[in-house]
Design a protein around this ligand. Sequence first.
Ligand code: UDP
Ligand code: MG
Length: 340
Amino acid sequence: MPWLNPTLKETSGKKSNNQAGPPGSSEGQPLFIKEKMISIIIPLYNEESLVNDLLFAVHSAMDPLNLQWEMIVVDDGSRDGTLSILKLAKEKDKHLRILCLSRNFGHQAAFTAGLEHASGDLVVMMDGDLQDPPALIPQMMEKLEKNALDVVLGRRTERNEEPFKRWSIKLFHKIFDSISGLDNAEDTGNFCIMRRPVVDALLLMKEQNRYLPGLRAFVGFKKGDVSYERPDRLKGNAAMGFRRLLSLAGDAIFSFSRWPVKLALYLGLFGVLFFLMAISYTFVSKIMGWAPLGWSSTFLTVSFFGSVQLVFLGIIGEYVYRIYKEVQNRPLYIVKESID
Ligand code: UDP
Ligand code: MG
C-alpha cells in the first residue's frame, strides 16, 4: 500500500478492546504516511454536556498519528449550548469544521450533510455521544489498509445499554437481514470508515427515507470489521428515543424490502381461505338443517375482513406517503452556517 508506513507493525486485528490506544502509536510513531486526508463525521443534537469530552477523545486518537484529518461536526439544530461550545473550540482547533443545520433534521440527514461536505479520501462516520469510541479509528484504518478493504465496520460485541433497547435493536437487525436480502452485518451501526469511492456511491442515492447502514450494504464493496464493546453514552440522554428508532426501522424495512406487501398478500390469501371455509360451513349447515348461523359468525367474518382490508390500506398508504415524499424531492437538510 503506497500510504502505509513501513514501520507499521502486525497486530492481530482481532482486538476487541476499545480502551486500547492507537495501535503502534505508543512510541509516538505515525502509522501512515501523510498522503491521505481523513474526514470524521459526527452529528450532534443537544450534546452540550459532552462536546468537550468528545473533541478531546477524537484528538487523543488522531493527533498521535500525524495525519491530515478533519472533524466535521454537524450540529443538527441543537437547542442547548452545543453550537456555542463548538464555536469556542473552533477558535483553537484547526481540525474542526462545523456544519450548522437550520433545524433538527434527524441523525441520518445530519450524517448525510457531513458526507456531502467531507473532503477526505477516507471517511469515518461516528455518533457523538462516545458510544462509538474514537480510540478505535486508528485500528479501523489499519485494518482497512492491511486487508485492502473498502469499508471497516465497528462490530459491537456487547452493548452496555438498557436491555429492552438492546433486545429490540437485535430483533430489528434479525428481521432486516432476513427480509432485505442484504448483508447488513448484524451488530453494526453507523460507525465505520469508508474509502472515497464508497462515499461517492452512497451519495449517488438521493432518497428521502434514508437508512445509511442499509444503503452502505446496498452499495457493496469489500467489507471487514473491528470488534468493540459498546459503552453506554458518556453523558446526557439518547435523542433517538424508542419512537425515532421505530421510525428508522420503518424506513429501513419499507425502503429495502417488499416484505410488507408480501405480508399483505399472505394475509389476504389467508383471508380468502378463511372465507372459503366459512362458505363451506354455511353450506353444510344449511343442508344438514343445523341451527341457522347467528350474528356471531357474521360479526366475526365482517370484522376479520374489515381488519384485513385496513391492514392492506395501511400498507398501501405507507407506500403512497413514501412515494409522495420522494416526488416532493425536498432537500434532506438545510445548512444555516458552515464554519471551516
Ligand atoms: N443525533 C442527531 N440528531 C438527532 C438525534 C441524534 O444528530 O435528531 C446525534 C446525537 O447527538 C448522537 C448521535 O446522533 O451524537 C446518536 O444519537 P443517540 O445517542 O440519541 O442515538 P442512539 O445511540 O440511542 O441510537
Ligand atoms: Mg447513543
